[in-house]
Ligand binder design. Structure first.
Ligand SMILES: Cc1cc2nc3c(=O)[nH]c(=O)nc-3n(C[C@H](O)[C@H](O)[C@H](O)COP(=O)(O)OP(=O)(O)OC[C@H]3O[C@@H](n4cnc5c(N)ncnc54)[C@H](O)[C@@H]3O)c2cc1C
Ligand code: FES
Ligand code: FES
Length: 479
């Protein structure tokens, strides 16, 4: 069944919006059409958390709650979901939600501009975790900025939640919400307005049919890159195919040789899954944007964006990942090594989309990755480095090293790898390998770092990796 209207659940009601503007942000809709002004706009680019709302989605007959940035979420993607705003937290009897209560008691607010965003980020934490440890709290609010209260009272409020019963009016009403979500959860969407088109297929076969007739279209996954064309660059996106509506592409599989990640799998799922295999991959993902970003953003979007500072990319290059591309007729397997052509240009052709990503599993190797950015949380990398080494008796038998932020594309350090291969890890080898990085890269200076700094840090990260492997312990504070 295909429809030209979207339906979502808000306050126990099904709301339908006919022919919504495909470029309208959810934030704009909430403030101007729903007339709920608790949700604020700070940056309009996913960076401050003032616009945080929570979406409830059906997952295995349960509801999965996720905090998102409504400023970069396009309204039609709300189809089939439950929308929860800060105004909805108070119970029908007028009782504050435990999260709100805690913020009041711990003085977690001053001017109040950031407060609804914090409350919603903490609400999402409250629903998702059973135990609010310091690292869970800090991660949950890492996408929210406060300029006046400071974070200590907010963290204190979050910690105090551990004494609260987890039952709130959302859990009491869960059965009813599930029934409503089931009612609205099986349609494909096609919206044609005067100048724009929006498609949300449910199956790959349907996607192919749409592609046949709409060559110049934009794939939208999490929208954490694409939507900024609308909110920051004030451009129109006239034709959109929403990929995250295709459940068939939302999976992580493992056949003992490689992990395969479907294109519409959110980064947050990968973050949990991959920890067992590559803990440093998870370490980098924890510092990738914020939970609001990782709840919707995808590896496929990161690869297709092809930014030289895309955080997954050096990691995937060093692990020798493959991209599964698909067009109307067949699928193609491409090594990421040959995927990036030049600055933000890839080998994806018209009518092709990323279907999945395959990450090989190396049973004998050591994998290490580091991100260096001006701010620890929610910041884009100045440099990101990944090292994948097979070491036997202190000798490097296999090596793949890749850096982000050192060239126009994320790139392997081939000369450096040559020095390291079949060498013993010692001071002489490390120094030669550091020198070889000068042949591999000529980094530029920009607002994030100077070329000189980048080169110095790239060398230091290589040394850090080797020293950590030798000493079997982590050196330094953060990375
Ligand atoms: C506040 C903020 C913080 C961020 N922090 C980081 C960070 O720390 N590290 C980092 O690397 N990035 C960061 N980003 C950038 C962004 O989150 C990532 O690049 C993300 O992975 C993009 O994925 P997406 O699913 O949101 O892609 P989208 O925005 O939906 O799409 C991005 C591009 O990929 C194309 N595309 C999407 N899916 C497919 C597909 N299946 N096949 C073909 N093309 C496709 C789209 O057409 C578009 O051109 C941040 C962004 C914001 C707004
Ligand atoms: S307004 Fe800043 S994250 Fe949305
Ligand atoms: S309370 Fe003023 S910005 Fe946080």
């Amino acid at each position: 069944m295909t429809s030209n209207f979207i339906s979502f659940i808000h306050r126990d009601r099904i709301i339908e919006v006919e022919n919504p503007d495909p470029n309208e942000t959810l934030l704009n809709y909430i403030r101007t059409k729903l007339k709920k002004t608790g949700t604020k706009e700070g940056c309009a680019e996913g960076g401050c958390g003032a616009c945080t709302v929570v979406l409830g989605e059906l997952k295995n007959n349960n509801i999965n709650y996720r905090a998102i940035n409504s400023c970069i979420t396009l309204l039609p993607t709300l189809e089939g979901k439950q929308l929860i705003l800060v105004e909805d937290l108070i119970s029908k009897d007028g009782d504050l939600h435990p999260v709100q209560e805690a913020m009041v008691k711990c003085h977690g607010s001053q001017c109040g501009f950031c407060t609804p965003g914090f409350v919603m980020a903490l609400f999402s934490m409250f629903k998702k975790y059973s135990n609010f440890k310091e690292d869970v709290i800090k991660d949950s609010i890492s996408g929210n900025l406060c300029r006046c209260t400071g974070y200590k009272p907010i963290i204190k409020a979050a910690k105090s939640l551990k004494n609260q019963k987890k039952i709130d009016h959302f859990s009491k009403n869960m059965e009813n919400t599930i029934k409503l979500l089931q009612k609205i959860n099986n349609r494909s969407i096609k919206i044609y307005t005067n100048d724009k088109r929006y498609f949300a297929p449910r199956y790959v076969q349907e996607l192919k049919e749409i592609l046949k007739k709409n060559i110049n279209t934009n794939f939208l996954s999490g929208g954490t890159d694409l939507s900024l064309n609308i909110t920051k660059e004030r451009k129109d996106i006239n034709s959109i195919i929403y990929m995250n509506s295709i459940n068939e592409l939302n999976y992580i599989k493992n056949n003992n040789k490689y992990i395969e990640i479907g294109a519409s799998t959110p980064l947050i799922d990968l973050e949990y899954y991959i920890k067992k295999y590559y803990p440093d991959f998870t370490k980098i993902l924890k510092r990738y944007g914020s939970p609001q970003i990782r709840n919707v953003g995808t590896v496929a979007g990161n690869i297709a964006t092809a930014s030289p500072i895309g955080d997954c990319l050096p990691l995937l290059l060093s692990l020798n990942a493959q991209v599964v591309l698909q067009d109307l007729k067949k699928t193609y397997l491409l090594f990421l090594d040959s995927f990036f052509i030049s600055y933000r240009k890839t080998k994806i052709k018209k009518n092709q989309f990323i279907r999945s990503i395959r990450i090989p599993l190396y049973k004998k190797n050591t994998f290490k990755a580091y991100k260096v950015s001006k701010r620890f949380d929610d910041d884009i990398s100045s440099i990101c480095a990944a090292f994948n080494l097979e070491i036997v008796k202190n000798k490097i038998e296999n090596v793949r090293i890749a850096y982000g932020g050192m060239a126009a594309i994320p790139k392997r350090a081939i000369f450096c790898e040559k020095v390291l291969l079949k060498s013993l890890i010692n001071e002489e080898t490390i120094n030669k390998a550091k020198d070889a990085l000068e042949k591999d890269f000529k980094p530029i200076s920009d607002m994030r770092a100077s070329g000189l700094y980048r080169m110095e840090v790239a060398k230091n990260l290589l040394e850090k990796c080797c020293v950590e492997i030798k000493k079997k312990k982590i050196i330094g504070l953060y990375t």
